[in-house]
Ligand binder design. Structure first.
Ligand code: Z5A
Length: 228
């Protein structure tokens, strides 16, 4: 498909949403069409499943049942949002994707082979061209999320935030392990730095990965040097 698919991964409060917004501005400044989406969610059907998962209502299904719901949401998201956008030639920036299932449901004890089966069925061949892992110590990310909750009305921690610090640290390690195993598609950036520093590191990773593809006409180099 003519589009480009970039996924963002990391723990809570890593800065994914913040950086996706910045990368979108950068890519659009070069004349590209950009679609921002997220998981779980990103399509009407998947957003319904998101509400079930994050409220904790699906918790009684256990980690294996929750993994099936994440997969069902992903299948709907791929079919109705991601594939059509890639077919149009859009840049798709997705907040979490398959690596989150491998890490969160894997950490919760779901069998790796079972997760692979679900993943293969859900993605229908749609794999990221690049995955940006924003790495922060769990404590830093959770402090950011707690500060944000105090300053807005987003309520308390959701189903997956509300876990012991050791669980969050194990997830961080699993993300790093995945990035090492599949280094060909990952770029790891230090999310403890200030947002502008992180944005610059991400733009560099995107420019290196896609070189001449950054504008439809392939004229990115001169245009993007002064952007954002
Ligand atoms: N989940 C799963 O278990 N299995 C799956 O397959 C999938 C997901 C797909 C979705 O949560 C949950 O579902 C998630 C995993 C699980 N677990 N949790 N919780 P979500 O979509 O609601 O939330 P999230 O993905 O974890 O996003 P988040 O908590 O909003 O974090 P973020 O997007 O990475 O961070 P942010 O919103 O950009 O920034 C957080 C705050 O930090 C905010 O106030 C920023 O202004 C601030 N910030 C951002 N960057 C910086 C820097 N560089 N310095 C200082 N402060 C910063």
């Amino acid at each position: 498909m003519p589009g480009h698919f970039i996924t963002f991964e990391g723990g809570e409060g890593a800065g994914k949403t913040t950086q996706i917004a910045r990368l979108k501005v950068f890519l659009e400044s070069l004349g590209n069409s950009v679609l921002v989406t997220r998981e779980p969610g990103g399509s009407p059907g998947a957003e319904k499943i998101r509400a079930l998962l994050l409220s904790g209502e699906a918790r009684d299904l256990g980690p294996r049942g929750e993994a099936m719901l994440f997969a069902a949401a992903r299948a709907d998201h791929v079919d109705h949002t991601i594939k059509p956008a890639l077919a149009r030639g859009d840049w798709v920036l997705c907040d979490r994707y398959t690596d989150s299932t491998r890490v969160y449901q894997g950490e919760a004890g779901v069998d790796t082979d079972y997760l692979k089966l679900l993943e293969t069925a859900a993605v229908a061949g749609v794999r990221p061209d690049l995955t940006i892992l924003i790495d922060v110590p769990a404590k830093v990310g959770l402090q950011r999320v707690a500060r944000r909750s105090q300053s807005d009305d987003s309520g308390g921690p959701d189903r997956f935030e509300d876990e012991a610090l050791t669980v969050h640290e194990r997830r961080r390690k699993l993300f790093i392990d995945l990035a090492r195993e599949e280094a060909y598609r990952f770029a790891v950036v230090d999310g403890t730095k200030d947002p502008e520093y992180v944005a610059t590191a991400i733009r560099k990773a995107v420019s290196e990965r896609f070189s001449d593809d950054l504008t439809p006409a392939g004229t990115a180099t001169a245009a993007h040097e002064g952007a954002v």
